[in-house]
Design a protein around this ligand. Structure first.
Ligand SMILES: C[S@@+](CC[C@H](N)C(=O)[O-])C[C@H]1O[C@@H](n2cnc3c(N)ncnc32)[C@H](O)[C@@H]1O
Length: 244
């Protein structure tokens, strides 16, 4: 069932607050974004033309990073997808009007079900978006991505994962809280606390449906990916993926 329109992400106030504070809510976000350029070079070498798919692009931060860090000497042709028209407008403001860039306003459900056609790609990226899907939907999206990657292509996903035990959840939330506390103090934020952010993250209304890293790596392998691994991990925050 397509629940995007019922989710908090369909409200522009919610998405604006996320964008304003994303680097605080996800303390290692900038480091993780930087890793995408490194992995692109590792996996795709000096491929001269790269068709790029950014799923749940938000304001286009990931695509912007790849265009600025890896765009020299090659052509990157991005397609940015998001369920929120507001987010796509922000991505357009950041990256410029369509031309070589395609903006697609569609939910993951529309993509999985084939209601929206996107084409084939050399690299699929996503950041903190796929955890909004249930595990069976994540697996279906991974299978879709595999089917639409060209040979040698790869999928890189930065996302929150479900800790495999309660003990580890306590440990990872404590790490998250302490990292966020430092960032909030540095930024002079006094109108919300790390505890409130963590509570909001756990609220079912937020539509967060994290699954364990192992379940997701298994789903990638089952979809046919190779070199499946978690490339970086900071408590519940990970960057993982695979190659075709
Ligand atoms: C946490 S934001 C991440 C945005 C961006 N990738 C980033 O890292 O800053 C999640 C994004 O996923 C989009 N999103 C959430 N659920 C979605 C769904 N079911 N289908 C399509 N987009 C979705 C939201 O609109 C939002 O732009």
């Amino acid at each position: 069932m397509d629940t995007f329109s019922e989710s908090a992400w369909a409200q522009s106030d919610f998405s604006k607050k996320y964008l304003d504070r994303a680097d605080i809510y996800i303390p290692q976000r900038r480091k993780m974004i930087g890793l995408f350029s490194f992995l692109l070079t590792c996996f795709l070498g000096d491929r001269k033309e790269i068709r790029l798919l950014d799923l749940g692009c938000g304001d286009g931060v990931l695509t912007a990073e790849l265009l600025s860090q890896c765009g020299e000497g090659r052509t990157i042709i991005p397609t940015l997808v998001d369920g929120s028209a507001d987010m796509l407008h922000r991505a357009g403001d950041r990256l410029g009007p369509s031309g070589i860039i395609t903006y697609v306003n569609a939910s993951f459900h529309e993509i999985i079900s084939g209601m929206t056609t996107l084409g084939d790609f050399d690299l699929c990226i996503s950041s903190h978006a796929i955890h909004h899907l249930e595990m069976n939907e994540k697996a279906a999206l991974f299978a879709f991505i595999f089917a639409h990657l060209n040979a040698g292509g790869c999928f890189i996903n930065a996302d929150v994962v479900l800790p495999p035990s309660e003990g580890l959840q306590t440990c990872y939330f404590s790490l998250w809280k302490s990292e966020m506390q430092q960032m909030m103090e540095k930024a002079g934020i006094t109108d919300e606390t790390p505890t409130e952010v963590i509570k909001r993250y756990q609220d079912p209304a937020s539509m967060n449906r994290p699954d364990t890293l192992n379940d997701q790596l298994d789903a990638l392998k089952k979809a046919g990916f190779r070199d499946v691994d978690c490339y970086v991990k900071d408590g519940i925050f990970t960057v993982f993926g695979g190659r075709k």
